[in-house]
Design a binder for this molecule. Structure first.
Ligand code: ACO
Length: 513
C-alpha cells in the first residue's frame, strides 16, 4: 500500500529511463555505459522491444573466461528473452516473481514497449515505506536474514549474486588486484597506491617466519596429530603462537597493537599450514621466500619449487575471492569471541573451528571426492539423483544467502576453464546435471553451485593436495576474520543473544536420592 492507502504498481516504483544496448554493439561499449550511468545491467533492445538483458554477472563470466570485451558482442553474452512485467502489475506480485526466480532486474513492458526497469533497489524502496509493525522479536532458526551488526568491511547480496569488499566488487578485485592489495584494503580501508603496496609487502613478508618457540614444538605437534586434518593442527599452533607472543585480551590492547597482532597471524598462517603438512609426512618444512608474493610463496612452501605463474595467479584469485563473505558462521564466531574482550588468538582459533565444518568450509575436498565417485560422465545423472533421493546433500551446492549463482563459483569456473584439463570439463558436466537434478528433486529451494565446487577443481589443478583445500580457505579467510576482529574491537558491545526455553516447565522439585 502506498501512504495514501492505494495499491502500489510497478509503474510507481520502476526506474526510467532504462539504460539500453543493442545486441550488435561490443560488450566493452555497453559496460562503459553501465559504469557511467551507475547501473548493474542494460536491457538489450530491438527498437523498443527488449530482447535480452546484460548484467554485471555476465561481465564477470566474460572476463573470467579471458574473452575480449572490445570485440565480443552484447548478443553473445546477454540472457535472451528476459521475463518482463507490465507497469500496472501489483508490486507485491512483481516482488514475488523477482524473489522466486532470483532475478536482479526485470524489464517493464507495456504494449511491447520498454517503459522501465524494476530492480531489487526499487523494491527495497518499497520495503522502506511499508509499516514496521510486523517486526517480530523472535528470529528465524539459524538466524537467517537477521542483521546483528553494522560493518564497513563488505556484504553479500544473495538475490543479486553479488558480494563486495568495502565499496568494490570482490570478483573485480580478484581479477585486477593482488592478494596483498586486498589485504591492505580490508585492514586500512582503502586500496594501496603503488608506494603503499611496496611498503605493505615489505612489512608483511618478514612476518611469515614461524616464531622459534612454535617452530621447535611443531615436529612434536605434527607427530601427535599425524593423522589429524592439518586444519585441526593449525588451531593448536595458532593458539600456541598467540600464547608465546603474549597476545593480551583485546579489551586491554590499543588499535595499533591489535593490528600488528593481526598482521602477524595472517602472514604466518600459510607457513604454519605448509610446515604442518610436510612434517605430517616426515618431510622438513620449507622456509618462506620473502621475494615471492603471498600466493606464489604459499605454493613454493609445498614442495620448494617456484610455482608456474599461471598456477600462482589462479590460487591468488581463489584466495582473494574467499577473504571475506558477510556474516558467515566463522566470521560471526570471531566477532562473538572478540566481543567478550578475549585476545585475537582466541577469536581466530574459534573461527577456524567453525570453518572446519562441512556445511561451511569443509566441502571442497568432498566435492572433488564426489567427482571421483561419479567417475564417468554417463554416471552423473543416476549418481546425483540417487544421492539427493536418499537425502544426501550434494557438496558444493546450495547456499544460505545465495539463491542464484554464487559469483565466486562463476569466477572460479572461469579460472578452471583458463587452466584447462579434463577435470574441468567433467566438473562442468556434473555441475549442470546437479543443478538440473536439484531443481527437479528439490523444487523451489533455489540450489545452485557454491564456491566450494570449483574451488576443489582449481586447487587440485594447481597441485594442492586435498587435505590442504579447507586449510587454504582458512589462510585467506584469516585476513577477513582479522579485519572483523579489528572492527569489532574498535566499537565493541558484548554479543549476547537469548533463546526460547522449550523444555519441561521449571521449577520442578529436584528429586532427592
Ligand atoms: N544438496 C541437496 N539438497 C540440499 C542441498 C544440497 N547441497 N543444500 C540444501 N538442500 C536442501 C535441503 O535438504 C533442504 O531440503 P528440504 O526442504 O527438503 O528439507 C533445503 O534444500 C533447504 O536446506 P537448508 O539446510 O535449510 O538450507 P541452508 O540455508 O541451511 O543450507 C548449506 C546452506 C548448509 C550450505 C546447504 O546448502 C548445504 O548443506 N550444502 C552442501 C554443503 C556445502 O556445499 N557447503 C559449502 C557452503 S559454501 C561456504 O560455506 C563457503
Amino acid at each position: 500500500m502506498s501512504q495514501d492507502g492505494s495499491k502500489q504498481t510497478v509503474g510507481d516504483v520502476m526506474s526510467r529511463p532504462v539504460v539500453t544496448a543493442s545486441s550488435g554493439e561490443t560488450v566493452a561499449k555497453a559496460a562503459e555505459r553501465m559504469r557511467e550511468r551507475h547501473v548493474g545491467s542494460v536491457v538489450v533492445v530491438d527498437g523498443d522491444l527488449p530482447v535480452g538483458i546484460l548484467t554485471e554477472r555476465d561481465l564477470v563470466r566474460l572476463s573470467a573466461r579471458g574473452a575480449d570485451a572490445s570485440s565480443d558482442r552484447v548478443g553473445d553474452w546477454m540472457t535472451p528473452d528476459p521475463d518482463s512485467v507490465p507497469s500496472d502489475a501489483d508490486v507485491a506480485a512483481a516482488f514475488a516473481s523477482l524473489a522466486e526466480r532470483g532475478y536482479r532486474h526485470i524489464p517493464v513492458v507495456d504494449d511491447k514497449q520498454l517503459v522501465g526497469l524494476v530492480s531489487m533497489r526499487d523494491l527495497m524502496r518499497i520495503a522502506a515505506i511499508q509499516p514496521a509493525d510486523s517486526i517480530a522479536t523472535d528470529v528465524p532458526r539459524g538466524l537467517e536474514g537477521v542483521v546483528v551488526a553494522e560493518t564497513t568491511i563488505g556484504d553479500v547480496r544473495g538475490l543479486e549474486g553479488f558480494y563486495h569488499y568495502r565499496q568494490y566488487n570482490a570478483v573485480e578485485l580478484a581479477e585486477k588486484r593482488t592478494l596483498e592489495d586486498v589485504w591492505y584494503l580490508l585492514f586500512e580501508g582503502a586500496l594501496p597506491t603503488l608506494a603503499e603496496r611496496q611498503r605493505f609487502e615489505a612489512e608483511v613478508a618478514p612476518l611469515r617466519e614461524i616464531p622459534t618457540e612454535v617452530a621447535d614444538a611443531l615436529p612434536e605437534i605434527a607427530r601427535l596429530g599425524a593423522d589429524a586434518p592439518p586444519l585441526d593442527m593449525l588451531r593448536t599452533t595458532v593458539s600456541l603462537m598467540s600464547a608465546t607472543l603474549g597476545f593480551r585480551p583485546s579489551l586491554d590492547v590499543d588499535a595499533p597493537e591489535l593490528r600488528s597482532q593481526a598482521l602477524r597471524v595472517c602472514a604466518v598462517v600459510p607457513t604454519l599450514l605448509m610446515a604442518i603438512y610436510r612434517l605430517q609426512r616426515g618431510e622438513q618444512p620449507i622456509a618462506p621466500s620473502p621475494e615471492l608474493p603471498y600466493a606464489a610463496n604459499y605454493l613454493f612452501m609445498l614442495d620448494g619449487q617456484r610455482p608456474d605463474p599461471e598456477h600462482a595467479r589462479a590460487i591468488e584469485q581463489y584466495l582473494i575471492s574467499t577473504i571475506d563473505h558477510g556474516f558467515n558462521a566463522s566470521t560471526f564466531t570471531a566477532r562473538v569471541i572478540t566481543s567478550t574482550g578475549a585476545d585475537l588468538g582466541a577469536a581466530v582459533v574459534g573461527a577456524i573451528g567453525a570453518l572446519s565444518g562441512p556445511l561451511h568450509g569443509g566441502a571442497p575436498s568432498r566435492a572433488l571426492a564426489m567427482l571421483d565417485a561419479i567417475g564417468t560422465p554417463d554416471r552423473a545423472d543416476s549418481y546425483l539423483r540417487e544421492q539427493v533421493s536418499s537425502g544426501q546433500r550434494l557438496m558444493g551446492f546450495g547456499h544460505r544467502v545465495y539463491k542464484t549463482d554464487d559469483p565466486r563459483s562463476t569466477m572460479l569456473r572461469g579460472v578452471a576453464e583458463r587452466l584447462g584439463g579434463e577435470k574441468t570439463e567433467f566438473a562442468k558436466l556434473v555441475e549442470s546435471t546437479a543443478v538440473q537434478v536439484l531443481a527437479e528433486l528439490k523444487p523451489g529451494r533455489k540450489l545452485y553451485t557454491n564456491v566450494e565446487f570449483y574451488a576443489g577443481v582449481v586447487m587440485d589443478t594447481c597441485g594442492l593436495p586435498r587435505e590442504m583445500f579447507t586449510p587454504t580457505f582458512a589462510a585467506s579467510r584469516m585476513i577477513g576474520w582479522c579485519a572483523h576482529v579489528l572492527e569489532q574491537a574498535a566499537d565493541n558491545r558484548l554479543i549476547r543473544p537469548s533463546a526460547d526455553y522449550v523444555g519441561p516447565p521449571p521449577p520442578q522439585p529436584v528429586p532427592e536420592l
